[in-house]
Design a binder for this molecule. Structure first.
Ligand code: H79
Length: 484
């Protein structure tokens, strides 16, 4: 076969004898001696028995952040949802599966991937101006293609595209400069690696790609390959979060997840890892059931749990249209108001919002995404105090007119539906209101409280039709005193 890319992701060694030597040398350098292994195992146990204060301090930046940018970018942005002249139904980054594209055909995309318009500084600015505090980018999606310079494979942006530059390097640098946390997504499922194969007899209903099998006796090799790439990611780009996916395949076990989790935390003790490293998620609801599953936070996908995930850190990831990876014909965009309200809804339930963009093969974040993010940014700039570092609503019931967030001494009332009679009422107030005002301009509002009943007199029209925030200064800690 004259393929420029060997079928095996680890095939680099076959092509370059020097690389073999280097790989052997590198492997030798990290080979773990028995005493060191025991020490690592001890450290791994330490991670699993981390105290509550230790965990709280590790999770602090993430809990305060509330809002991040997900970036799905890869060679699937070349076909952009169209294969052999036909629109392929489904999410863009799944085009290889959805159009059953043979590997020899799929590998024609990297030579066409030349994102000369990519500007890391610009992407980071777009995220920062939206009020996002972290970025999670696909370092490797299910198609196995690495957006970074991986020594473990040629199937990466530096070795296989005319662009030839390491975009993760550029992005991680710009993030650091801008004070944005840089994080990466990594798929366990891998359609490219020769250790895995399609399950052509798949009975699971998810298809032969989603239910990839492990070839007999090849698992250890694949796990080593993952560890090599993950170590490259940790060492070269210092990501604050590793966001796994594709863990549902039958050959990946909870024990594998725990082992990998321990390994990664031993390399970077303050690393945060999502629940998809192990088997703790429940479908797309992303519930990290407490009680021993690997990972630090739950990952509801394309949904906001009605009551949040009490007692668990969680993050809803969501698309702005109907795809993660760029599709040229998907114009089903959520409105800016919906996006702002989703952010508020999630914060009121104690979660984070990871909002996706799918850049083009030229390297541009689509204009409709940029416009919406700018709208969200105008809102967060004025109302960020009611989002970042806040706690969930202390009220047991969702209030009919909107949502609530809180912090010590303050309740933030996020009004979605402006009352027609100009009165906003709350019953069940557990704390005494000292002062009420609009967050946007700090103009005072008249509030009258009788016991647990509060009534606030509002301007006739909503100052911000998307979400207007009213601040209540209250006695003490609202999360402790409001009735439940
Ligand atoms: O990267 C994006 C998508 O490509 C990937 N996750 C987001 C963040 C993804 N979305 N959908 N899918 C992958 C398809 C997977 C569907 C399923 Fe399953 C796998 C259905 C059954 C197995 C996981 C386990 C979800 C439900 C149960």
């Amino acid at each position: 076969m004259n393929s420029p890319f060997p079928a095996s992701s680890t095939g680099r060694a076959r092509l370059r004898p020097l690389a073999v030597l280097l790989a052997v040398f590198a492997a030798g350098a990290v080979a773990v001696s028995a005493p060191a292994r025991a020490q690592n195992a001890d450290r791994a146990r330490d991670f699993l028995s981390e105290s509550r204060p230790q965990r709280d301090s590790r999770m602090k930046w993430w809990r305060d952040a509330r809002f991040g940018m997900f970036i799905h970018w890869g060679v699937y942005s070349v076909p952009a949802g169209v294969y052999q002249g036909k629109a392929v139904p489904g999410i863009g980054e799944w085009i290889q599966a959805n159009a059953a594209i043979p590997a020899e055909e799929y590998q024609k995309f990297p030579p066409q991937f030349n994102p000369v318009e990519f500007n890391a500084k610009e992407w980071v600015r777009i995220a920062k101006d939206a009020g996002m505090k972290y970025i999670v980018i696909t370092s490797k999606h299910h198609d196995g293609f690495a957006l970074f310079d991986s020594k473990a494979t040629y199937w990466d942006i530096v070795d296989a595209t005319p662009y030839g530059r390491d975009v993760l390097q550029a992005l991680s640098r710009e993030c650091k400069k801008a004070g944005i946390k840089f994080c990466v997504y990594y798929s366990i499922l891998d359609w490219r690696h020769s250790a895995q194969r399609r399950d052509l007899q798949s009975q699971s209903g998810v298809g032969s790609y989603a239910s990839n099998l492990m070839k007999e006796g090849r698992k250890a090799e694949y796990v080593e390959f993952m560890k090599t790439q993950l170590r490259e990611l940790l060492e070269n780009y210092d990501p604050a979060v590793l966001w796994f996916d594709g863990e549902w395949v039958n050959w990946w076990t909870e024990a594998d997840g725990k082992n990998l989790y321990s390994y990664l935390r031993s390399l970077k003790p303050d690393l945060i890892v999502n629940n998809r490293i192990g088997k703790g998620r429940k479908g797309m609801e992303g519930l990290s059931k407490e009680g021993g599953y690997a990972g630090d936070f739950g990952t509801p996908e394309q949904q906001i749990p009605p009551t949040g995930l009490p007692g668990v850190d969680w993050e809803s990831c969501m698309t702005m249209n109907d795809t993660w990876g760029f599709k040229s014909d998907d114009q089903n965009w959520k409105s800016s108001t919906t996006l702002i309200r989703n952010l508020v809804d999630i914060a009121s339930k104690g979660g984070n919002f990871l909002l996706n963009v799918g850049p083009t093969a030229q390297g541009k974040i689509p204009a409709p995404s940029v416009e919406r993010l700018a709208d969200v940014g105008r809102w967060t700039k004025v109302n960020g105090e009611a989002i970042y570092g806040t706690h969930a609503s202390p009220f047991a019931q969702q209030l009919p007119w909107g949502r609530v967030t809180s912090r010590k001494g303050k309740l933030y009332l996020h009004v979605f539906d402006w009352p027609k009679d100009g009165k906003l009422t709350i019953s069940g107030m557990g704390s005494r209101v000292k002062k009420a005002y609009l967050l946007a301009d700090h103009s005072r509002l008249t509030a009258s409280q009788t016991g647990q009943d509060l009534s606030i007199t509002l301007p006739a029209a909503a100052p911000d039709p998307a979400v207007t925030v009213i601040v209540l200064d209250v006695d003490g800690d609202p999360s402790a005193s409001a009735s439940r």
